[in-house]
Design a protein around this ligand. Structure first.
Ligand SMILES: [Zn+2]
Length: 369
């Protein structure tokens, strides 16, 4: 059977803003509450999605204690959401559980931690988050942290992985927790390849050969990750998929985010609200690339390293814009249909849809203790 898996979305951010995924979440922009939302259980079901990794995301700009607290808050929101919707979803920590859930008609909700900041400099905290059900960790986010440098750090702090980061990698290997290389710098990536005993994953990254963006992976990196048995999960963000779109939209997206932040600080100011609306209209006026670009990136990985090292990591609820035709998770089958059109066999589609990622998860967990 096809197990359709999304290896990365920011749905917990919407849970923290009060969304209940058991009820339809407003799909349009709700000023002051939700930006455009992409995920709820009904839409996942409609899209034939069997499982999704909800990201426990923390900003690199939080203090260490604030990051730990925020991670706990987001995990609590995920627990609450799953508890309230036991007829629809189940918290999941292994591929075997995920397959059982699928047979029972339940959506598997996994947790991945995006940014290692919440573990501070303490492996005990890493172990605690693992016990809570966090099955991968993206080593950092937009800036360097105690573990390694980010691909968007203004200045490298460690020129790769820090001495503490090496301990983190060894402990993640021992536990059976997947190491996510999305967001980390190229130097950090090569250190992870060197130090990790287990395969590693990129839960939401595209190909730099198709769009020269630091968040995307070079062919050399993809080859090295595949040789180690890992997988790259293609991100749906138009700015990563398509360089022409990125060049046109990047500044406008930044402006819209800044307008949103300014307004959230001062929600009673109608002028700031108008500014947010105008900024989003300006973003939306730029034609977005088609969802078929996602399949172009998949094709590229398949040509490079074969069909066993690629999958899908939408970044839904963390991206301000989506590709044209794939505006939320209910439309995920369009990718499957496009893969079929391009001549992929049903076996190959099963691998890309989720089989590859679950295989890596299985391997990493079995290599652990
Ligand atoms: Zn991310």
């Amino acid at each position: 059977m096809v197990f359709l898996l999304d290896s990365h979305c920011d749905a917990p951010l919407m849970l923290a803003k009060g969304a209940d995924f058991g009820r339809p979440v407003p799909q349009g922009y709700v000023p002051g509450k939700f930006p455009v939302t992409h995920v709820d259980y009904a839409r996942m079901k409609k899209g034939g999605v069997n499982g999704s990794f909800f990201a426990i995301y923390t900003s690199n700009f939080l203090s260490p204690d604030a990051a730990t607290r925020r991670a706990l808050e987001l995990i609590a929101k995920v627990y609450d959401s799953v508890d309230r919707n036991q007829d629809k979803a189940a918290l999941t920590t292994s591929p075997a559980e995920a397959r059982r859930n699928a047979r029972a008609g339940l959506i598997s909700v996994f947790m991945g931690m995006e940014n290692g900041a919440p573990i501070q400099k303490d492996l005990s905290l890493l172990r605690m988050f693992w016990r809570m059900g966090v099955t991968y960790m993206t080593l950092t986010h937009a800036r360097s942290n105690e573990i390694c440098d980010s691909c968007t750090s203004p200045e490298p702090r460690w020129h790769g992985v820090s001495p503490f980061g090496r301990e983190v990698i060894a402990e993640m290997n021992r536990l059976g927790m997947m190491i996510d290389v999305s967001h980390i710098s190229d130097e950090s990536f090569w250190d992870v390849i060197k130090y990790s005993q287990a395969p590693v994953v990129a839960t939401h990254s595209c190909c730099r050969a198709l769009n020269d963006h630091p968040r995307n992976m070079t062919d050399e990196m993809i080859v090295a990750m595949a040789e180690k048995g890992g997988v790259i999960q293609v991100n749906f963000y138009p700015t990563f998929l398509d360089s022409a779109y990125g060049q046109k939209a990047c500044d406008l997206i930044d402006a819209a985010e800044a307008a949103q932040d300014a307004w959230l600080e001062n929600p009673s100011d109608p002028a700031l609200q108008e500014r947010v609306k105008a900024a989003y209209e300006a973003v939306n006026a730029i034609p977005r690339p088609s969802y078929k670009k996602i399949v172009d990136h998949i094709d590229h990985v398949v040509k490079l390293v074969g069909v066993k090292h690629v999958g899908l990591g939408s970044d839904f609820d963390g991206i301000e814009v989506c590709p044209s035709g794939l505006e939320d998770i209910s439309r995920m089958q369009k990718i499957i249909i496009e893969l079929r059109k391009r001549g992929y066999s049903e076996y190959e589609i099963r691998l890309i849809a989720g089989g590859n990622f679950l295989r890596v998860m299985d391997t990493v967990q079995h290599l652990g203790e």
